[in-house]
Ligand binder design. Structure first.
Ligand code: HEC
Length: 125
């Protein structure tokens, strides 16, 4: 009896642990970071940003209205090695967290991962 109970507890513990390890996959079953393209992934994610970052007079000089301009913001290392785009969407210290304001919906972990993968793939020289 004691042995059975122990086995049961051990099994439920293992089940809980395996769920915990997979939680990110369960939350984002489609979070692929392969073959990310500007038109298919990045432009739609950043569409909520463009209202404030459209053209050369975009807030803080950040223009997110074209692929080249987004890469320019990503490659701007004036505030640190992450670049201003990744620094801002990850909310790293030293960067203004984007999107701004306590009421704003932050980008999801998956969206941030996809942007990071795309930036890394496109800034490789
Ligand atoms: C409501 C308007 C608004 C929206 C929406 C917005 N931004 Fe901003 N953004 C600003 C303002 C204002 C600043 C300057 C903030 C500051 O310096 O404190 C800024 C600054 C930035 C910077 C420079 C940050 C730094 O510290 O160098 C980046 C990069 C940026 N935004 C990207 C984004 C991205 C990506 C999104 C969408 C996820 C976004 N922004 C959405 C208004 C906005």
């Amino acid at each position: 009896m004691i042995k059975k109970t122990f086995t049961l507890i051990a099994l439920s513990f293992l089940t809980v642990m395996s769920c915990k390890n997979n939680s990110e996959e369960l939350l984002f079953p489609d979070c692929s970071t392969e073959n990310i393209t500007y038109t298919e992934h990045i432009e739609p994610i950043l569409s909520t940003c463009v209202g404030c970052h459209n053209g050369p007079l975009g807030n803080d000089g950040i223009d997110l209205s074209t692929e080249a301009k987004v890469l320019e913001a990503a490659n701007d290392k004036s505030k640190g090695a992450e670049g201003r785009l990744l620094g801002a969407i990850k909310g790293l210290s030293g960067y203004a967290k984007m999107p701004p304001g306590s009421g704003a919906t932050p980008l999801s972990e998956c969206e941030i991962k996809q942007i990071e993968a795309w930036v890394n793939a496109n800034l490789e020289d």
